[in-house]
Design a binder for this molecule. Sequence first.
Ligand code: SF4
Ligand code: SF4
Length: 217
Amino acid sequence: MNERPTAPGADDRMDGRAPVPSAVHSAGKANPARPVEPEDVENGLRFGHLMAVQTKRRLNDVAASLHALLETLVAQGTLSLDDYERRREVTKQREVQRTQSEALVSLGDTVDKYAATGLPEINCAELRPLCKSRCCTLKFSLSIQDLDERVVRWDYSRPYQIASRPDGYCVHCDAEKGACQVYQQRPAVCRTYDCRKDSRIWLDFDKRIPAPEGRSP
Ligand code: SF4
Ligand code: SF4
């Protein structure tokens, strides 16, 4: 699946600074007479993801302690460094294979999308008949700001990746016109993305030659 290039640091991370959804803080004040709203479900999911991230951070602490112990043993000559490195490489490959299918929680950069400057000037309305709005098939993750606004939708099965239609397009991409239906609130990466040099979109932007459909990055 294509990944839209994002600003540095926008990757599969969600650190402990991610704010806990407000409904989680006020869970004890919930009104039992009030029907469950989609917001409640979304806040519950976000809380679950936050817990998962905290667990991961604790695992990182354990890993750091283990490495410190191993380094001590190597330094003292109790453990052969070559033997350790060989075994570690084998184990690493095994872990990579084992975790390839594991789900990740990914978040976009913590930036104020409304303050983004130097946005590319591209006449999308004129170019859509050629490009077919292919930029809106690329995958990326929403930011905390997007999540708090609750306008742009994310894929509940791959938090917090942009939600897609079965045809691969973003759910906010107008099926007929190809225009963004959440233009005012569109994520930061949608604002800053420049398709002109992206070979997945254009063979030659200046000559208006689109890349063949289905082209992989
Ligand atoms: S692919 Fe480029 S020209 Fe086409 S809609 Fe997206 S940004 Fe605009
Ligand atoms: S939010 Fe708008 S600009 Fe961004 S991928 Fe979806 S339709 Fe395209």
